[in-house]
Design a binder for this molecule. Structure first.
Ligand code: ZN
Length: 125
């Protein structure tokens, strides 16, 4: 079965386009969609018309990801350390809480996820 190619940006069926890399996040999202029965079974590509727009989005996403990751690390490390610096006793719950918070920050960045393109431009197995 040949899956229809759908542009990731305009969501239209296109004859040709650069395929998106099916990385961990994309696979996870697809798996979730499949579980909920809303997976359309399309092959995600970026049509030539939207390549420039896509590159812009991807760049922005990569920039944001660095910010989110930095914030997550600061929260995970800084939050448990702060009370100690102020002379408060060590609290294991603070570590759990800060890691949870850091994970949430990282999860936020996934909401704006912009996948990479397939390096070879060819469909994988
Ligand atoms: Zn398009």
């Amino acid at each position: 079965m040949i899956m229809p190619k759908v542009c990731w940006l305009c969501e239209k069926e296109v004859a040709e386009g650069t395929p998106l890399k099916k990385d961990v996040v994309i696979r996870f999202i697809r798996e979730m969609k499949r579980k909920f029965g809303i997976l359309k079974g399309n092959d995600l590509v970026v049509c030539p018309e939207h390549l420039a727009k896509y590159a812009e989005k991807r760049k922005k996403f990569e920039r944001n990801l660095v910010l989110y990751a930095t914030a997550a690390v600061l929260i995970a490390v800084g939050l448990p350390a702060l009370p100690l610096l102020l002379g408060a006793p060590f609290q294991p719950t603070t570590i759990c809480f800060s890691f949870l918070l850091a994970a949430m920050v990282l999860a936020l960045s996934i909401l704006n996820y912009v996948p990479a393109l397939e390096p070879g431009g060819k469909e994988g197995a």
